[in-house]
Design a binder for this molecule. Structure first.
Ligand SMILES: Cc1cc2nc3c(=O)[nH]c(=O)nc-3n(C[C@H](O)[C@H](O)[C@H](O)COP(=O)(O)OP(=O)(O)OC[C@H]3O[C@@H](n4cnc5c(N)ncnc54)[C@H](O)[C@@H]3O)c2cc1C
Length: 310
């Protein structure tokens, strides 16, 4: 209920206008966001690298409706890629296709992605396409495959959400293609006709998809899995599986969001696993922040109690 309400707010323009002017909302959001600027994000990424953690940098933005803004978003990513290379930061980048014009025209989005992947190729960087709501799943996978198959980019990955029924089939195909996949539970409000509604079902599917994907043939074909969760039960299940089946560490890593369970992040790294943090930055923090509130009621109470304590 609370989850659905915050996911509704994440899309509501009136709520965005109100929240972005509340100083406390902004300060609370910055628990999950590295800062407004590329310089602030680079500083956070460098600090994480020094602690042995890998990073993926995300310049926040989504649901762009003007061509100018979509091209500007791509230019911002080119600047980010140059900064990663210039500052020797160990980082990949993550982005959303609706930030690059998917809601405007497919060819605009593809063109922006091509520019980004070419620059990423020049600087030796990898790019992961985040997955948005189920309205975009098919289109996102289509763009991902077009970039790999038709344009020959091998430095691009995509996200799959364990709450979708279709993910088993998608993961099977992506494993056979030797793709780079980040598996997460899923952060949007999805209807019963396409997604599991019970957390227990989502969790069971998450574990199943990890095991299905990390099979010897897929690993041989170069498939790579980002196991993106803060859920210790998912993490322990994945660790038990990779140990039992001798899955090479070169074929997977763990991933978490900046600002969530930092002790567990460090522990996973200290236990000898590759651990990557998703570090978002930029002024468009509102929908990202709302999704983080939706995931965990305690975040909402933290925000509300601070609001009334002022
Ligand atoms: C690296 C990364 C990339 C992601 N990319 C995408 C994407 O492209 N598309 C997409 O739909 N979703 C994405 N997500 C979000 C994901 O789908 C989940 O919504 C989110 O990770 C919460 O699920 P969980 O696996 O942590 O498990 P949950 O069962 O939700 O949480 C397990 C535990 O983690 C902690 N926790 C989880 N969320 C929070 C929070 N917000 N604040 C504080 N503690 C928390 C709590 O201790 C909780 O008990 C991504 C997540 C990660 C880690």
């Amino acid at each position: 209920m609370l989850r659905s309400f915050f996911l509704y707010l994440s899309q509501a323009v009136w709520a965005k206008d109100v929240m972005m002017h509340i100083g406390l909302a902004r300060r609370t959001a910055y628990r999950f966001v590295a800062g407004d600027t590329l310089e602030e994000a680079s500083a956070v990424a460098r600090r994480l690298n020094q602690r042995g953690l890998e990073v993926t940098l995300d310049h926040l933005g989504e649901s762009v409706i003007s061509e100018v803004d979509a091209r500007q978003a791509a230019d911002d990513y080119l600047e980010l890629l140059d900064a990663i290379a210039a500052d020797n930061i160990r980082a990949t980048v993550s982005l959303k296709l609706t930030q690059l014009g998917l809601d405007i025209r497919d060819d605009l989005c593809l063109d922006n992605m091509r520019r980004i992947l070419e620059r990423a190729g020049d600087t030796g960087c990898h790019v992961t396409i985040d997955m948005e709501s189920s309205a975009y799943t098919e289109k996102t996978l289509h763009v991902f495959r077009a970039l790999r198959r038709d344009h020959g980019f091998d430095n691009v990955g995509v996200v799959i959400q364990a709450y979708l029924y279709r993910s088993e089939e998608d993961m099977r195909a992506l494993a056979a293609e030797g793709a780079y996949v980040r598996l997460c539970k899923g952060a949007y409000d999805e209807p019963v006709d396409c997604a599991f509604q019970d957390k227990a079902d989502v969790d069971a599917n998450f574990v199943h998809l990890v095991q299905q994907f990390l099979n010897p043939d897929a690993c041989q074909a170069g498939a790579y899995l980002g196991i993106a969760t803060h859920d210790e039960r998912m993490i322990r299940a994945a660790q038990a599986f990779v140990k039992a089946h001798n899955v090479p560490h070169a074929n997977f890593e763990f991933q978490m969001l900046y600002g969530i369970r930092p002790k567990l992040q460090q522990q996973i790294h200290d236990d000898g696993y590759r651990m990557r943090l998703y570090v978002p930055y930029g002024t468009q923090w509102y929908p990202y922040f709302m999704r983080r509130l939706a995931e965990r009621p305690a975040n909402v109470w933290f925000f509300v109690s601070n609001f009334f304590r002022r």
